[in-house]
Design a protein around this ligand. Structure first.
Ligand SMILES: NC(=O)c1ccc[n+]([C@@H]2O[C@H](COP(=O)([O-])OP(=O)(O)OC[C@H]3O[C@@H](n4cnc5c(N)ncnc54)[C@H](OP(=O)(O)O)[C@@H]3O)[C@@H](O)[C@H]2O)c1
Length: 300
């Protein structure tokens, strides 16, 4: 049986990788050996309709209903999002419309069509003060508009929907820290990175492979998903610089307070994601972040 999947935000960083993986390919930099549910994608397993922002504005409820009625998906993967964390502080209403209010129309349309909804949230729903990685059931307390609207969106989902919280996403076709630092290495331009923000890096290719498993299994509730292991931005950037054989002073460790200009939005200091739910569902651990990052660097 073929599963019809509608992907919103399909031309974003995760979207392009997910379109590849649902089509039976490995996204650039993905781990070909990692089949979290032990099954590769069959050629006729999914019929996929990916829509860009231009083709569907998820903040327009009428457009959501129209596209959903036309596509009649079995599963919707909502990757559409307002992701400009700092700009969100001055555009809270637009950010809320896309990250939160849109979930009302998406989940109502899924109800009408008996479709399953998978939507993506973030580690920024946490304040980072717990002192260790966050489990799915830990209390949320977002520090900024982006995290707050993502949390509102989570609460607008139905209990049967899947809410995937991920973090520090990097893909071969997106704007991200890995790309930025690789360019700085090529330009031989030293960098300064914070060593007081710790989290779970996530390669879009591996996240996309995990999303395919969730499209198949449709678990309700929150699922944390990232590559395995946690690190600081400084250590992650140091690993990139090492692959370019840069000297140790190429990357300087600084604190968040030393950032110039000072970022508009506050970010959690320690927001690693513990993948308890993923493991309870019986799926194999995602690849370590170091291995996954090196794979990504090779294709960038
Ligand atoms: N990147 C990270 O580090 C990170 C961390 C945690 C969670 N996440 C979450 O992971 C998901 C995928 O992120 P990503 O890295 O792929 O982000 P991305 O590259 O910014 O992609 C987001 C996509 O959403 C589209 N979009 C924006 N507003 C829209 C609207 N009103 N209607 C429809 N589409 C709209 C964007 O299109 P345009 O660019 O054309 O506007 C873009 O294609 C998001 O939910 C994000 O919040 C990301």
């Amino acid at each position: 049986m073929t599963t019809r999947v509608l992907v919103t935000g399909a031309t974003g960083q995760v979207g392009v990788d997910l379109m590849d993986v649902l089509g039976g390919d490995t996204a650039p930099g993905g781990d070909v050996t990692w089949q979290p549910d032990g099954r590769s994608v069959r050629p006729d397993e999914f019929e996929v309709v990916g829509v860009s922002h231009h083709e569907l504005d998820v903040a327009d409820p009428e457009a959501v209903r129209r596209v959903m009625a036309a596509v009649r998906p079995d599963v919707v993967v909502n990757l559409a999002a307002y992701t400009a964390v700092d700009r969100a502080e001055s555009e809270p209403e637009l950010c809320r419309a896309i990250n939160a209010t849109a979930l009302t129309a998406l989940s109502a349309s899924c109800d009408d069509l008996a479709a399953h909804l998978i939507t993506i949230s973030t580690d920024y729903v946490f304040d980072g003060t717990k002192g260790s990685s966050y489990f799915e059931g830990d209390a949320t307390n977002p520090l900024g508009v982006y995290g707050a609207t993502k949390r509102e969106g989570e609460l607008l989902c139905r209990p049967r929907d899947t809410i995937v919280r991920t973090s520090w996403v990097m893909g071969s076709r997106g704007k991200n820290i890995a790309k930025l630092v690789q360019q700085r290495c090529r330009d031989n331009a030293p960098v300064r990175f914070v060593n007081d923000q710790v989290g779970s890096p996530t390669m879009a290719a591996d996240l996309s492979r995990a999303l395919v498993t969730l499209v198949r299994e449709k678990p309700g509730g929150v699922v944390h998903l990232a590559n395995s292991g946690v690190t600081s931005w400084f250590d992650l950037v140091r690993l990139i610089a090492d692959t370019f054989e840069k000297p140790s002073d190429f990357v300087t460790a600084i604190s968040t307070e030393e950032l110039i200009p000072s970022p508009t939005a506050r970010r959690p200091a320690l927001s690693g994601l513990a993948m308890q739910r993923w493991s309870d569902l019986g799926f194999s651990d995602p690849p370590r972040w170091e291995d996954a990052l090196v794979r990504l660097l090779r294709v960038n």
